[in-house]
Design a protein around this ligand. Structure first.
Ligand SMILES: [Zn+2]
Length: 249
């Protein structure tokens, strides 16, 4: 396991993992801290919890950007504490047998919740159905930092990976969700996977999705072959194919 903390602004940190190129967040207030995502299992969660304790002794609250295991299944290591997530995230965790945990104090972000960490307010928001049915982003307005979960990804030299587009992904409404988060005008955008970057990543992701959605429409209408669509896509072939062929919307 190879990991490092990077301070993005005063009291706003990202922990970067070589494994899965994962990014998790830590936001410090005067009274408590917020941990953004929890890694993928009990052991990984415990590693993250210990790493947070190396930074601060403040009591913590956690938020899950979505239900995928690599972001959510480490949550037990932080209990008992408040855990924020979208209702659809709770549903999926329940189906996976991961919500009924002893001491789990689950709180729902239906649309938008403001948390007061003491001298700092943080907004948790659901920008619409996109990468998963229950995506939540975390906006630290005073620091200009947005933790975007897997709504944006930042693979070397590009945006999405084949894993970005699962059966629970809704491609059609994803660009609108990106419009929502672009409107927050954060200077620093932290993807769920990949290095933190600027707001231009949101626009690039949106543009790539928009193009792939158009190609998918033409493939479905019989106007383009898969091969022709792959050739015209801004995304690598395996990533485009994952988007074109995924079940669901
Ligand atoms: Zn995901």
């Amino acid at each position: 396991m190879n990991a490092r903390w990077v301070e993005l602004a005063e009291g706003v940190l990202v922990r970067r993992y070589t494994e899965m190129d994962l990014s998790v967040g830590l936001v410090l207030g005067d009274d408590r801290c917020l941990v953004v995502d929890t890694r993928g299992d009990a052991e990984q969660g415990a590693e993250l919890a210990a790493a947070v304790r190396n930074i601060t002794s403040l009591p913590w609250t956690t938020v899950l950007t979505h239900d995928h295991y690599d972001h959510a299944y480490g949550a037990p290591a932080f209990l008992p504490c408040d855990v924020w997530a979208h209702p659809a995230c709770w549903d999926e965790l329940g189906k996976a047998g991961k919500a009924a945990l002893p001491g789990l104090l689950g709180l729902s972000v239906e649309h938008r919740v403001t948390l007061d960490l003491g001298g700092r307010q943080v907004v948790l928001a659901h920008p619409g159905v996109a990468h998963s049915p229950g995506d939540v982003v975390v906006h630290v307005a005073d620091a200009g930092v947005l933790f975007a979960g897997d709504l944006v990804e930042h693979v070397p030299g590009g945006t999405f990976s084949a894993e970005s587009f699962g059966s629970d992904t809704t491609l059609a409404s994803w660009p609108a969700a990106l419009d929502e988060i672009a409107a927050l005008e954060a200077a620093t955008v932290v993807p769920g996977h990949g290095e933190p970057t600027g707001p231009e990543l949101i626009e690039t992701c949106r543009s790539d999705l928009f193009t792939v959605l158009g190609l998918r429409e033409r493939v479905r209408a019989g106007e383009l072959s898969h091969e022709a669509a792959l050739a015209r896509s801004p995304l690598p072939a395996d990533v485009t194919l994952a988007a074109l062929t995924k079940p669901g919307d």
